[in-house]
Design a protein around this ligand. Sequence first.
Ligand SMILES: *Cc1c(COP(=O)(O)O)cnc(C)c1O
Length: 238
Amino acid sequence: MTSSSPDQDGASSVASRLEAVRGRIARACRAAGRAPDSVVLTAVTKTQPPGAIDAIRAAGQRVFGENRVQEAQGRWTDRLAAPPRPELRLIGPLQTNKAADAVALFDVIETLDRPRLAHALAAAAGRAGRSPRVLVQVNTGAEPQKAGALPEETDTLIAHARALGLTVEGLMCIPPADEAPGIHFALLRRIARRNGLDVLSMGMSGDYETAIRFGATHVRIGSALFGERNTPQTPSMD
Ligand SMILES: *Cc1c(COP(=O)(O)O)cnc(C)c1O
């Protein structure tokens, strides 16, 4: 077993994929008449081994998304102590009994989708003296199996969360896998505008350029940076 080449190959391919994705984001911004720095790239590190995370941090990436609280704790608690401090964003469904853990770890929670969770987050933030910004996740396709507030419930949930003292920054969606995403991105933007919200977290590896055309401010990208996840949801090695 050679000592260094596999790791170095892995690190350089992550770095070169990061550069390629950044280039495509910049081109999509220019094509849409937007400033290239108007879109934040969230690197989705769920299921990735520690080496991949360290490699992309070394390549300059600072904003990260995780979809499970416990997995994120294992992966990030030590890494948060070492500067530069990354920004951590929760992009997966959150149970109310994990609200306190999520408030302690994440800078942004993108998956507020029901009043009970708004209450749990506000209470946990009060106890912790730390209040992550939140996005409301909208189930734009009204898919029964998918998390997210229904479009017609969203205005009320935003008002409710604001009344509880939560800082609602914007909206997030995951369009149905089998539909053209554009109408879902347009719907999310419409709901955001009428609620005075600026942040739109939409677009993944397969559709982020489309999302940028529809006004995404944050794109959440995993496989285009790290390669395909061959064992989705399996805990990483740490
Ligand atoms: C996994 C995940 C992503 C990244 O998906 P890719 O297709 O690998 O880019 C984005 N958003 C959410 C909510 C996810 O769970």
